[in-house]
Design a protein around this ligand. Structure first.
Ligand code: ATP
Length: 197
């Protein structure tokens, strides 16, 4: 079974594309959602995050996202420590989930893949790209956020051209119909590659 990483910058359409693959019967693991769930449910993670960030890390049962975001913003060492707490647990969950799948390939949708070197763990990588102004417009429609906040996150992510260089497939997500066609084409290729290698 081959493991495919599906990534892309903020608002590029990763989740939209992941759902298109699911429609074709491909199992998809949503790594960022799993990480969020674990930060809420795992006592070990909670204890370690409180050790790292202090008592303000959680409010009641919920992770204090704005507080943590303000701490890790522009502090790479702290971000790395936080990832070091969460990432291994997500990997474990992924492995347990992957062991139950029977398709020739499966997908893990993950926002940060190149930035932390984890791209080396995948057999193939798909990167979703879209025009910056479209991404900003879509995110402003979807979330309670500002253009400034979106641009700040974009600055912390790798530029598309660097991601493309290390990707096996690139999906240009402008028109949804055309995106679906690209997904179907890549699905066929991945099935073929997964069965023959
Ligand atoms: P994030 O980085 O926040 O996880 P993402 O990369 O997973 O986002 P999506 O959530 O799939 O991106 O898409 C962002 C928003 O844009 C969603 O509201 C989605 O419905 C919309 N969207 C995605 N692709 C298109 C498209 N081709 N045309 C119009 N709207 C789109």
């Amino acid at each position: 079974m081959k493991i495919v990483g599906l990534t892309g910058g903020i608002g590029s359409g990763k989740t939209t594309v992941a759902k298109m693959f699911m429609e074709l019967g491909v199992p998809v693991f949503f790594a960022d959602i799993e990480a969020k769930k674990l930060m809420k449910s795992s006592k070990v993670i909670r204890r370690k995050l409180i050790q790292l960030f202090g008592n303000k890390a959680y409010i009641d049962d919920e992770l204090n996202r704005p507080f943590i975001a303000s701490k890790i913003f522009n502090d790479e060492a702290l971000l790395e420590k936080m990832n070091g707490i969460i990432h291994p647990k997500v990997v474990k969950r992924f492995q347990r989930w992957a062991a139950k799948q029977i398709m020739p390939y499966l997908i893990s949708e993950v926002a940060i893949l190149f930035e932390n070197d984890s791209y080396k763990n995948y057999d193939y990588i798909i990167t979703v790209v879209a025009k910056e102004e479209d991404r900003i417009k879509r995110l402003l429609e979807r979330d309670d956020t500002t253009e400034e906040k979106i641009r700040a996150i974009m600055r912390n992510q790798w530029p598309d051209e660097d991601k493309i260089r290390l990707s096996d497939y690139v999906i240009v997500n402008n028109d949804l119909q055309i995106t679906t066609e690209q997904v179907k084409r890549i699905h066929k290729k991945l099935l073929r590659r997964a069965k023959t290698s």
